[in-house]
Structure formats: structure tokens, C-alpha cells
Write a protein that binds this ligand. Structure first.
Ligand code: NAP
Length: 250
């Protein structure tokens, strides 16, 4: 926990992209519950439900593909909290199209939000983490990063590339005291896939999960927030799968 004896937040803020709903909102709320100041970024600028303490939450309209907006937002967050301790690159989109019909715009659009956006956010947070003596970056990947999923070329490629981004930044920024990890969820029930999980095909896929159910956003949130509680600098560059065992089951 990162509260002072008085319950006041201590330490720099953690920036969470895509924090208006789903996994990002759950991560933001859990970080704040554990005593962090949290900056919530999204295109809509909607705060996570329940994020009503302006001392804990700072909410920003910021598209992760907008590098000028990212630079301005990181500076504003650092000023608000007196520094930045970490970043959770959670914002992401998903599309599905048979590959023989996929457009250039779809491929580029998904890679731009899911891979290029996190690279830009990492670059823009880097000077703030260095100023604070280091920090932790968590990229939210997907267990589809090592699978071939029909009709999901752009998404799978974007998350595989995010794993590579994680490894490169971990190597490059370890001397700065910055750890970078990729947390790759399995099926987590959110707006992104609620309809799919309720479909026949979704139910068949969930039936293959050894844990027997989709994950909850709160489970990802507890794991990610826990990484910030007492960071282990030696954990860096790796992808951690949080998928109920689906990725390693036959
Ligand atoms: N749900 C799953 O089963 C699952 C599994 C594996 C990995 N993931 C990954 O987990 C992350 C979160 O997924 P989710 O299921 O919580 O999705 P979600 O419910 O659709 O939420 C996506 C979040 O990203 C924000 N966002 C989208 N594009 C953005 C952009 N260009 N700039 C800033 N914010 C943006 C959205 O807010 P605005 O619309 O307000 O911008 C929203 O807050 C994604 O990276 C996803 O790929 C999800």
C-alpha cells in the first residue's frame, strides 16, 4: 500500500490509458484504493465509475495516438502529483475481418492504437520516470499475441508487437531504473467482447478455459496494481499471461 499514516497518497502518480471503462477503469480504481494518485486518460475523458476524489484521480481527454496531447498530459500529471511513478498502457481496440478482405486502414488503425500509442506514451513518460529515479511501465497485451486467430490478424499482430516493444524498452531503459512488463489477459468480460462471449462461438471458447469462466476486470486490476505496490526491478521485459490457463492448455 502507498498511503502515508494519514491515508494521504504518497509517491508519484500512475498514468492509466483507456481508463474510462473496462480493464483500465478497474486498474485505476484499484491503484487508488491502494493509495496511489491516478491519472485517467481516454478519448472521452469519462472518469471510471466511482472515481470521485479529485485528490486521488486526475482525468484527461487524451487519445494515445496524439503525441502532442500525450506530452502535454504527462506534464500536467507530473505537476498535479509532484511526479510520475508509472504508466499502464491499457487503451486498445479490437476489430475482426477475414484477412482476404482486410483494408490498409484497418491494419494501420489497430496498430496505431494498440502498438504505436503505447510506444509514444512510453517515450513521453520516460523523462518523468527518470526525474523520479525510475519507475514501472505495464503494457496490457493479450494471450492472442502468440496465437493465430482467424479474422484477427491486425489485433494479434498489434499485441505480438507490443510484446516486442516491452522487451526492447526493458533492455534500453533498465539502466534508468525503469522496468517494463507486458501483462497479457485471456478472456475478460468487458464492453470489448461482451456480445462475443455471449454468442455460441464465445461460449465454446470460454468452455475451453481450464478455470471454466471468463476473467473479471478486477482480477487483472489486482494483479497490475500489485506490481506497483512493491516493484521488483529485476522483473522486466517479460510477458505474464493472466488467462485462466487457456494459453497453455491442450
Ligand atoms: N477484454 C478482454 O478480453 C481482453 C483480453 C486481452 C487483452 N485485452 C486488452 O485490454 C485492454 C483493455 O480492454 P477492455 O476489454 O477493457 O476494452 P474496452 O472495454 O473496450 O475499453 C477500452 C478503453 O480504451 C479507451 N480507448 C480506446 N481507444 C483509445 C485511444 N485511441 N486513446 C485513448 N483511449 C482509448 C476507451 O475509452 P474511450 O472510448 O473513452 O477512449 C476505453 O477506456 C486493451 O488493450 C485490450 O486489447 C482485453
Amino acid at each position: 500500500m502507498n498511503t502515508s499514516g494519514t491515508g494521504e497518497p504518497v509517491g508519484g502518480a500512475v498514468v492509466v490509458t483507456g481508463a474510462s471503462r473496462g480493464i483500465g477503469a478497474a486498474v485505476a480504481l484499484e491503484l487508488a484504493r491502494r493509495g496511489r494518485r491516478v491519472a485517467c486518460l481516454s478519448r472521452s475523458g469519462e472518469p471510471p465509475d466511482g472515481a470521485d476524489d479529485p485528490g486521488r484521480f486526475s482525468v484527461h481527454v487524451c487519445d494515445v495516438t496524439d503525441e502532442v496531447g500525450l506530452r502535454r498530459t504527462m506534464a500536467a500529471v507530473a505537476e498535479w502529483a509532484g511526479g510520475i511513478a508509472g504508466l499502464v498502457n491499457n487503451a486498445g481496440i479490437h476489430t475482426q475481418t477475414p484477412s482476404e478482405r482486410i483494408s490498409r486502414d484497418e491494419v494501420v488503425g489497430v496498430l496505431e492504437v494498440n502498438t504505436v500509442g503505447p510506444v509514444l506514451a512510453c517515450r513521453e513518460v520516460h523523462p518523468h520516470l527518470v526525474a523520479g529515479g525510475g519507475g514501472l511501465i505495464v503494457n496490457i497485451g493479450s494471450f492472442w499475441d502468440r496465437l493465430g486467430v482467424a479474422g484477427n490478424l491486425a489485433y494479434c499482430a498489434s499485441k505480438a508487437a507490443l510484446g516486442a516493444v516491452t522487451r526492447c524498452l526493458a533492455v534500453e531503459w533498465a539502466p534508468d531504473g525503469i522496468s517494463v512488463v507486458d501483462v497479457a489477459p485471456g478472456y475478460i468480460a468487458t464492453d470489448m467482447n461482451r456480445d462475443y462471449l455471449a454468442s455460441d462461438s464465445g461460449e465454446r471458447r470460454v468452455a475451453r478455459v481450464p478455470s471454466g469462466r471468463p476473467g473479471e476486470p478486477g482480477e487483472v486490476a489486482r494483479f497490475v496494481a500489485g506490481l506497483f505496490d512493491d516493484p521488483v526491478a529485476y522483473l522486466t521485459g517479460t510477458t505474464i499471461y493472466l488467462d485462466g490457463g487457456l494459453g497453455i492448455s491442450l
